[in-house]
Design a protein around this ligand. Structure first.
Ligand code: ADP
Length: 636
């Protein structure tokens, strides 16, 4: 399978640690802008969590020293009460801070994918269309799904980093005297006082900790290098086992052709081989990765032994009393635990860095479309003159012209029908009109000025489009029509009536407040394709823009509903300039002008009667082909 064996270049790529650290800081800054509270609560909670053990260790050491030394009941009681009180207070503070942190984290989790969604929504339309962009996005989601790699992981790393840093700082403070307190001169272990011996002991301890962190890092890297292979199984399962099975549109086909059973399951089985006992991941885990993780744990045990040995030897030699043994063992274990955690966190920064590279590659995708600054004047007379001037267009990455030398002037307030065979460029023409793409050659003018010079939001404000593949949201009907949560209810209802939805609206249990679909509301209603199309038309009417573009507006309607729409066409179009794309030529009769597209070019323009009269023209041919089809069908 191509995807299985393909190496993810980014995840395999090697960059310096400084590069990954910078990426990590960038992610922290991004999260910080979303929620400063998360960072404040994390820092306080980590500091409290990391310092609390030292407090307890220090106080316990005082009690043990007292027990093994003066044994004064009053002092013992004092230390005992202080220990209990301080422990209780610390636990309380810890609990409160954790709750605050939990609250901040859950708020942040709610917007976890917001940076990605925002980017997707602001990308040039042409970029979204590119397969590489879609692949990049799905790779990011898969990395996140697999192990939280990418932006999410940086949120996990921040508390670990803070806790480890405070733990190390506290540990140094509490263990400093362990290394600085000399053994008495006559002690047989007095050689431990020499700087060389101290250095050797410290170096050994740091080396063991570093080796342990290195083993952990190597094992994690081995696993993450194979992420693209592992996530492929996840991807298949997500698609066949989850997304496809709950896709209402696919439900009929899935049952009819048993597609999941016959195609999906064998594929999923193949994809999730990774979880089987003999899989490459299992072999890796039982083999080198397992050995490295085992080694990491063993080295931690060696470290603990070394700390005990050193502290006990110094105490035995007379450097300090038995109470301090508890303090030093406890705090040295904490210190080296902190160092180990710090090294681990830094190595995770490195591991996660390559995933962050992928995320930032997506977030840094540039928009290439020129963004003008002119505002379109608000004109009550709707006098917006749009003209295509020798426009040619090739889709990005394609060497075929989808449109070639298109010249067309829209007459204000008139109805233009755009017809032509499949693939002749009708939808592309509309996409250029709405500036979803810019022409490859030529220009489109609004009142004599290139549309690129206008502010994009202003320009598209003059269009209401019902795209062929329009989309309604699982929200209340009225909000769908208005495209907003606050809206004019009378106007929304009027637009639905104008679009022919009156009878269905009356039957809606909660009128405009009825939710469409059941995704977010169990009382939501299912609607047919034709009904959805009427709602989409009502939405275009509600926007009340000077131009209304209907791309195959009656495709999903039955002949009666279609006839209704035609009858209402004047009410729908009003004084707006209307562009009407249709396969059914009979529906163009009531348009003022018809533009016939063929292979990306406008081959004929004129009224229905004039075009029909030209017997050599494409319109005549298409008209008779359709008429013939209906006649043949009727005769059957
Ligand atoms: P129509 O709406 O008349 O059926 P289109 O405007 O959809 O035709 O398509 C015109 C041409 O552009 C066709 O050859 C089609 O294959 C091509 N085309 C459409 N969309 C894309 C795209 N996103 N990328 C590349 N080519 C495309």
């Amino acid at each position: 399978m191509a995807q299985t064996s393909s190496k993810n270049k980014d995840e395999q790529g090697k960059q310096s640690f400084a590069h990954y650290w910078k990426q990590n800081l960038r992610a922290w800054k991004m999260w910080y802008r979303q929620s400063p509270g998360y960072f404040a609560s994390t820092m306080l909670s980590s500091a409290c969590g990391a310092l609390a053990p030292y407090g307890t260790i220090w106080l316990s050491a005082r009690i043990i020293s007292e027990l093994s030394g003066g044994r004064d009941p009053q002092r013992l009681a004092f230390w005992a009460v202080l220990t209990v009180g301080a422990t209780a207070l610390l636990a309380l503070a810890n609990g409160a801070l954790k709750r605050w942190l939990g609250y901040e984290k859950s708020r942040l989790m709610a917007v976890r994918f917001k940076p990605l969604a925002d980017k997707m929504l602001t990308l040039d339309y042409a970029e979204i269309d590119r397969q590489e962009v879609q692949d990049l996005y799905s790779q990011i989601r898969q990395n996140d799904n697999w192990g939280g790699y990418g932006l999410y992981q940086t949120l996990e790393l921040f508390p670990n980093f803070c806790k480890a840093a405070v733990q190390v700082a506290g540990g140094i403070g509490f263990t400093l005297t362990l290394f600085l307190t000399d053994l008495p001169a006559g002690s047989p272990l007095a050689f431990l006082n020499s700087p060389l011996a101290l250095f050797a002991v410290l170096a050994f301890m740091v080396l063991v900790v570093a080796l342990s962190a290195l083993c952990d890092n190597k094992a994690t890297l081995m696993l993450t290098k194979r992420v693209s292979e592992f996530t492929f199984g996840n991807r298949l399962f997500n698609f066949y086992g989850f997304r496809l099975t709950r896709d209402r549109k696919a439900a009929g086909d899935l049952r009819m052709y048993r597609q999941i059973k016959n195609v999906g399951e064998p594929l999923m089985d193949n994809g999730i081989q990774i979880y089987h006992p003999g899989s490459s991941m299992a072999k890796l885990s039982k083999g080198r990765v397992g050995v490295l993780f085992g080694l990491c744990q063993s080295l931690t045990a060696v470290m603990t032994c070394a700390v005990y040995l050193f502290v006990c030897l110094k105490s035995w030699g007379g450097a300090f009393d038995v109470g301090l043994v508890t303090q030093y063992v406890g705090s040295a274990t904490q210190l080296f635990g902190g160092i180990s955690q710090l090294l681990l966190t830094l190595s995770q920064v490195r591991v996660n860095g390559s995933f962050l590279d992928t995320t930032f590659r997506f977030l840094d995708l540039p928009n290439h479309m020129y963004q003008g600054t002119l505002t379109t004047e608000k004109r009550a007379d709707r006098n917006y003159q749009v003209e295509f001037k020798d426009v040619s267009f090739r889709y990005p990455g394609s060497d075929r012209w989808a449109l070639r030398h298109v010249n067309l002037k829209f007459h204000i307030g008139s109805r233009l029908a755009v017809v032509g065979p499949n693939g002749s460029g009708k939808t592309t023409f509309i996409k250029l009109l709405c500036r979803l793409y810019d022409p490859t050659e030529g220009e489109i003018l609004l009142n004599g000025i290139d549309i690129r010079k206008y502010r994009y939001q202003d320009y598209i404000g003059i269009f209401s489009v019902v795209f062929q593949d329009f989309h309604l949201l699982a929200m209340p009907l009225g909000e769908n029509v208005a495209g907003a949560a606050e809206y004019d209810r009378d106007r929304a209802a009027r637009c639905l009536v104008d679009a022919g939805f009156e009878a269905r609206l009356d039957a809606m249990p909660k009128g405009l407040d009825t939710s469409l679909y059941k995704d977010l509301d169990k009382d939501g209603v299912e609607i047919s394709g034709g009904e959805a199309q009427k709602i989409a038309i009502a939405r275009a009417l509600y926007k009340d823009a000077p131009f209304i573009v209907l791309d195959e507006p009656t495709a999903a309607l039955d002949p009666i509903a279609e006839a209704e729409i035609y009858a209402r066409f004047d009410a729908i179009a009003g004084d707006k300039t209307t562009v009407y794309i249709s396969h059914r030529l009979s529906s163009c009769k009531f348009c003022d002008e018809i533009a016939v597209f063929d292979q990306g070019a406008i081959v004929q323009t004129g009224s229905h009667d004039a075009l029909l009269a030209d017997e050599t023209g494409l319109y005549h041919k298409l008209w008779h082909a359709q008429a013939q089809y209906y006649v043949t069908k009727d005769r059957r």
